[in-house]
Design a protein around this ligand. Sequence first.
Ligand SMILES: Nc1nc(=O)c2c([nH]1)NC[C@@H]1CN(c3ccc(C(=O)N[C@@H](CCC(=O)O)C(=O)O)cc3)C=[N+]21
Length: 292
Amino acid sequence: MPTAERIDGKAKAAEIAESIRKDVAVLKNERGITPGLAVVIVGHDPASQVYVRNKKRTAESCGFHSVLHELDADTRQDEVLDLIAELNNDPAVHGILVQLPLPKHLDEQLVTQSIVPHKDVDGFHFENIGRLTAGDIDNAFVPCTPAGCMLMIEDQLGRDLSGLNAVIVGRSNIVGKPMAALLLAANATVTICHSRTKELPQVARHADILVAAVGRPEMIRGDWVKPGAVVIDVGINRIEVVTDGEKRHRLTGDVAYEEAANVAAAITPVPGGVGPMTIAMLMANTLKSASS
Ligand SMILES: Nc1nc(=O)c2c([nH]1)NC[C@@H]1CN(c3ccc(C(=O)N[C@@H](CCC(=O)O)C(=O)O)cc3)C=[N+]21
């Protein structure tokens, strides 16, 4: 029997959405403002389409004004930039998200940096990254996935992580790096590991907080986990499984859940962990943008 607590990201995300719904009603009544979220998707990647629809549905359930711009895979860069310029200037839009990854002919950096910082609810603009790393977190949009992870970590361990070792596996701009900034701001001792790290399992075993964000299904095994650790699994991997001779797809994380759950104190499942919290944080950032 696994001994770890299963951290229910789906339930926590639903609570957050409920609280946002109430705040939206107040914002509408008192100031006549309806938070607006614009999501831009280029191309027809099926996984991206699932995420984007989830975002739109959640935004609508929170009482937001929600617009989805679905552009063809061969849309030119100047056309994407023109759309962002339009959204930057649209007073009904408080948050803009361009779903990543973009098709190869588009310059991801140019596109994400063209969003005005005060509508950058993904927290990818250099101004927001700068505020986050410089410690001006209250005035920054924090990237949604690490923000969601942080709330789940706080639930387990409190807001002050002094004396605790945090190990992040993965150094992406979207997860690993901002996650490190947040953990550091909470006084954790932070290590970022990646594909070139030596003796990764040993390093991971020092972690009181282990964040897995590598994108390799079940790479992190039970014997990498320190007894009593809090394990946050950011990975969302679609793997093929054959049951009764039939091919099916199954979602799995970067952590071998059953193994790790026998060692950890608490662990997030996939699905139902970090994913729903990411969407909840997108709603929180959009509300914050509309309120300020
Ligand atoms: N500009 C941008 N911002 C993002 O935040 C962003 C992005 N691009 N590109 C892709 C990644 C991935 N991402 C997810 C969000 C929710 C779930 C989610 O809700 N997952 C469900 C399962 C959904 C399913 O069945 O596939 C769960 O884990 O329970 C997953 C993945 C946001 N991302």
